[in-house]
Design a protein around this ligand. Sequence first.
Ligand SMILES: C[S@@+](CC[C@H](N)C(=O)[O-])C[C@H]1O[C@@H](n2cnc3c(N)ncnc32)[C@H](O)[C@@H]1O
Length: 338
Amino acid sequence: MFSYPTVNYIGNKEKIAGWICDNFPKDATTIFDAFSGGGSLSYEAKMRGLEVYTNDILKINYHLSKALIENKKVLLTDSDMKLIFEGEPFEGFMYDNYSEIHFFPQECKELDLYRSNIEKLDCQYKKSLAFSLMRRAMIRKMPYSRFTIKWDKVVQLRDEEYSYEKYKRKRAYHNQSFKYHFLKNVDEYNSAIFDNDKNNIAYNDDVFNLLDKVKADIIYLDPPYAGTMNNYFGFYGMIDNYITSEKTKPFENNFRDKKTVIDLFDKLFSNLSNFKYWFLSYNNNSYPSKEILISLLGNYSDDISLIEKEHVYKITGKQNKKTNTELLFFIKNKYFKN
Ligand SMILES: C[S@@+](CC[C@H](N)C(=O)[O-])C[C@H]1O[C@@H](n2cnc3c(N)ncnc32)[C@H](O)[C@@H]1O
C-alpha cells in the first residue's frame, strides 16, 4: 500500500481526498486536477486507478506532481544523494538575494550548491524529486512553513530558548540542516512512487491556458479562496525563484482579489466544455458565497449538487486552526459533447 508523503501544503485536501474521490461517478476514468498544489487529491485519484493530469502555476508544485504523480518508478539512489550534497557551498543566487531575508548566509550558500548539483542529475524525475525534497527541507526550517514571515521574526522564532520560553516548544527542526531534513524524508518520498498503469501528466501553466488543451471526464477545481489564507505566490514563490535562479513575477489570475474573483470564476466556468463532470472544492469562510457560486454555475448546468463536510485545517502549530465546513460542488455539464 502506498501513501502520500509529508508535503505540508497550505490549503491541501489530504484529509478529505478520499471523501472527494468517493463522490466521483463510476464511469469517470480520467481527471484534470487544475489547481493541484501539493498534489494530495491527484495522489488519491492515482491510487484509485484514474488517469491523472495535474496543473499548477507554481513550478515547485509542478515538480511535486512530476515526482509523485507522473513518475512511475524513478527513485533517488544513494549515489544521487552523494551527488546532490558533494562540494563546497558557494555564493550564488540564494546568497545574493535571500541572505538574512529568509535564511542565514551560510544556509543560502548551501542551497546554491545543492541547486547546481541537482541540475547534474541525469533524469527529469530525479530532479523533480530532489526539488520536492529540498522544498520539504526549506519549509521545515521556515517558521510557520511559508515565506511571508519577516526576517526579524524568523530569527526570533529560530532562537530555541526564546521559542521554548514563549511557546514551550524549541522548534529545533528549524535549525537542523537542509541535508538533515532531505535525508530524513527521502525514504518516505521514494516509497510513495508507484505506477498505476496510466499515463499521468503534470502541467505547469495558468489554468486558463490549458482548458481547451486538456480533455478529461472530471475536472477538479480547488482554486485559492478569496477571504482566506490564499497568498500562494507569497507562501511559495520563493521556491520557484530558487529553482529557476531568477525572481519570478506574481501570477495574475490568482483568485485572491474580491473585486475580480466573481468574473474570474465566471470566465473559468465558461471554458469547461471539455469536461463532463465538474467538482469544485469550496468552504463556508470564502468569498463569494455559495449562493453566488450556485447562481453562476446555473448558467452551465441544471444538475448541481452541493455536498458538505466539516474539515479542520491545521496549517502549523496551534495558530490558524480553524473549523470550516468543506463544500463540494458537483456539476454535470449540460454542454458537454463527447
Ligand atoms: C487551494 S490550493 C490547491 C491545493 C491542492 N488541492 C492540494 O491538495 O494541495 C490552490 C492552488 O492554485 C494555484 N493557482 C492559483 N492561481 C492559479 C492559476 N491561475 N492557474 C493555475 N494554478 C493556480 C496555487 O498555486 C495553489 O497551489
